[in-house]
Write a protein that binds this ligand. Structure first.
Ligand code: MN
Length: 498
């Protein structure tokens, strides 16, 4: 469902006519060589396309205009091999609507001490050429990513990898549709927000459908489709003997399969990239979608419960950023705490809907009552989640702006069996420590719902937030409460002036 190879970033070197044909030919050759190296690199997930060297204000304007128009172009990488007087860039940068990465590199890694002469100096002057360009981008107050280093350097490749993933997720949001079945959970604050502002700021739309519209699609699902999906369940998951011999539970599994097929059909027909539901609005549905949400997330759809459209959209963005990487990206909720002073932990879970892409080992398919909602016993996948570095991310609506909050965490293998807990679960330690991490999250106003990622770092989300032009509060091993509180105060002023 998510294919990063359909996206392109354009490699654009800037120069001017001052140097003569021979130098400009070399600039073009070198740029082609760098773009080709990036394009074939296994750690750059998108295509990198060489564009002819730009030397005049009109050429610059035209490549920016073309980038805006090109559907698959998700961003530009610019580099000034020589010197490109930056007033030439004003008109082009002014219309650029795609993310920008300024690569501050040099064609040669080392200075050729024995042979260096003025011709070499004339060609290899990005050390100052890129500063001229950087001034103009700063003067224009444009967000961009600056990456410094020799172009074959692994860190440079990694920075471009991270940024291109963020740019891909941003492109994926533009024009994306998310559907809400039912409204927000009654009275809940943080899951609500300004959908008009979100569409202006983020480019995706959120619209509702009455649950009846979904139920009508669910009711079109045939017995044959259900048989096939139940067979898939039996093949992919562990089903206890008790479950297979219990006719009520077998019927519940058939209902769950029917719901999954119905939601998937609805999403495909409406070209949606994600959805929300709420246990308070399930008219005509037999059970709350559990396994359906878990499996649809695994297939790449964004999802969050209780009408939380911001988290559903963020989960989708994280899935695009993490496409092809080992590990998963999932809807999550901080559920309950282990306050052992020696080993404090958060147990993350949800009523049912923990993304099956997090499962370590084969998940168990189970049917249990759900304490709320007043519907039939829902089917869910139960599993543990592997340890390792991870993060939780949240986007909240502060009224005058959106804020992203990221908390880096250390996930750990379950320290005990949880025989009576019928949901998938994750255990983690927030950084820098339990008390500081939780306090920082609460001071920042982070939601109880998050996107939980095993394969993204704060760097991905920082690039994404910069492209979106939103605030990012990072909670990591260096966080202190006193600094964080000041940062929140300073940002309050900054965003009022901005
Ligand atoms: Mn919830």
């Amino acid at each position: 469902m998510i294919d990063l190879k359909k996206f392109e970033i354009w490699f654009v070197a800037g120069s001017q006519h001052l140097y003569g044909e021979e130098t400009l030919n070399k600039v073009a050759q070198h740029s082609q060589q760098i773009a080709a190296y990036f394009n074939q690199h296994k750690n750059i997930p998108v295509n990198v396309v060489y564009k002819p060297v730009v030397k005049t204000p009109d050429e610059i304007f035209e490549v920016m205009e073309a980038a805006n128009q090109a559907k698959n172009c998700i961003g530009l990488v610019t580099w000034m091999h020589t010197f490109s007087p930056a007033k030439m860039w004003i008109r082009g940068l002014n219309i650029l609507q795609k993310p920008l990465l300024h690569l501050h590199t040099q064609f040669n890694q080392n200075i050729p001490w024995d042979t260096i002469d003025m011709d070499f100096m004339n060609l290899n002057q990005s050390a100052h050429g890129d500063r001229e360009f950087g001034f103009m981008v700063s003067r224009m107050r444009m967000n961009r990513k600056v990456v410094v280093g020799f172009w074959q350097d692994n860190e440079v490749i990694s920075d471009i990898n991270i940024w291109s993933r963020a740019a891909a997720a941003w492109a994926d949001w533009q024009g994306a549709k998310f559907v809400r079945f039912g409204d927000n959970m009654r009275y809940v604050a943080v899951t609500d927000g300004d959908k008009v502002e979100a569409e202006l700021k983020f480019g995706y739309s959120v619209n509702t459908h009455g649950v009846g519209d979904l139920v009508a699609v669910i009711n079109q699902i045939t017995e044959t489709q259900i048989n096939d999906l139940v067979a898939e369940y039996e093949n992919d998951y562990t089903l206890s003997a008790d479950l297979l011999n219990n006719s009520a539970k077998k019927q519940a599994i058939r209902e769950a399969a029917k719901i999954e097929l119905g939601i998937k059909t609805f999403l495909e027909e409406g070209n949606y990239k994600g959805f929300t539901d709420t246990f308070e609005d399930l008219h005509g549905m037999v059970q709350l979608p559990g396994i359906a949400a878990q499996r649809l997330m695994q297939q790449g759809y964004g999802f969050a419960g209780e009408g939380d459209w911001k988290t559903a959209a963020l989960v989708r963005a994280c899935k695009v950023m993490g496409a092809g990487l080992p590990g998963g990206n999932a809807f999550m909720e901080d559920y309950t705490y282990h306050f052992d002073p020696e080993n404090s932990l958060v147990l993350g879970s949800h009523m049912l809907e923990v993304d099956a892409s997090l499962a370590s080992g084969k998940a168990s398919l189970e049917v249990h009552p759900l304490g709320i909602g007043g519907k039939a016993n829902p089917v869910r996948l139960v599993f543990n989640v592997a340890g390792g570095t991870a993060l939780n991310a949240s986007i909240i609506d502060m009224g005058n702006r959106f804020r992203m909050i990221v908390n880096e965490v250390e996930a750990i293998e379950p320290i005990h069996d949880l025989p009576n807990l019928p949901v998938a679960r994750v255990l983690w330690k927030p950084l820098p420590d339990m008390k500081t991490g939780c306090a920082a999250w609460i001071y920042a106003g982070g939601a109880h719902h998050t996107a939980y990622s095993q394969n993204l770092t704060t760097a991905h989300l920082q690039d994404f937030a910069d492209i979106a032009g939103i605030e990012l509060i990072k909670i990591d091993k260096q966080t202190t409460i006193s600094h964080l509180k000041n940062e929140l105060m300073w940002n309050e002023v900054f965003y009022k002036i901005k």
